[in-house]
Design a protein around this ligand. Structure first.
Ligand code: E4P
Length: 217
């Protein structure tokens, strides 16, 4: 499973990139707001060192305007994936831009039917939001599983980009289901290294080592 980082915080992306943990990046208007930076400028900086797909989201609501914004975003770098919402106009935009050879990430997906029509419109990535479904007491992981089955039934090559990931368990379950990609905030990715027994075991090893009186260097 590929790891995308869900942030526009360049320092956080650089830290994970140095460890080989960044197969791509996703941003959205809320993350751009959080970064406090200009969308074109920050996206350009991210693309200067991230080799994989970098999603940048359009903000218009009509297809003509989304297409224009998408083309402008795609000029930033060849690895831009234009992110469009899963609306009828977003699907029109997806078809036009994917026919032009651009990567398109269709976002705000909350049903298997939405994922099905995004694949038909030529989406490179479909972004089902797990956490936001869990927030309203639905099962976000079940959606990932349903989309996996639908895409496999018919051989769609649209990649499932599991989004709105909040927990380490979301990551594990996405990997078991067979999501192609997951995107998570830096803190969730760093948290994957944590285990209470690792901390406990290390603490004991340090105590015992101190008692040996030895040094390695
Ligand atoms: C995906 O591309 C979105 O940017 C993101 O995963 C949304 O996550 P949230 O529901 O935690 O805001």
């Amino acid at each position: 499973m590929k790891f995308f980082v869900d942030t526009a915080d360049v320092d956080a992306i650089r830290e994970l990139h140095a460890l080989g943990m960044v197969d791509g990046v996703t941003t959205n208007p809320s993350l751009i707001l959080k970064s406090g930076r200009d969308i074109l400028e920050v996206t350009r900086e991210i693309c200067s060192f991230v080799e994989g797909p970098v999603s940048a989201e359009v903000v218009a609501l009509t297809a003509d305007e989304m297409i224009a914004e998408g083309r402008k975003l795609a000029e930033i770098a060849p690895n831009i994936a234009v992110k469009v919402p899963l609306t009828w106009d977003g699907l029109k935009t997806c078809k036009v831009l994917s026919d032009e050879g651009k990567m398109v990430n269709v976002t705000l997906c909350f049903s298997a039917n939405q994922a099905l029509i995004a694949a038909k419109a030529g989406a490179t990535f479909i972004s089902p939001f797990i956490g936001r479904l869990d927030d309203i007491n639905l099962d976000g992981l079940e959606l990932i599983s349903d989309i996996r089955q639908v895409y496999d039934n018919y051989g769609f090559d649209t990649q499932i980009l599991a989004a709105s990931i909040r927990t380490a368990n979301h990551v594990t379950q996405c990997a078991l289901i067979g999501a192609d990609v997951m995107t998570a905030p830096p803190a969730v990715i760093k948290g994957l290294a944590n285990h209470v027994l690792t901390d406990k075991g290390l603490e004991q090893f340090m105590k015992d080592w101190a008692k040996t009186g030895q040094k390695i260097i």
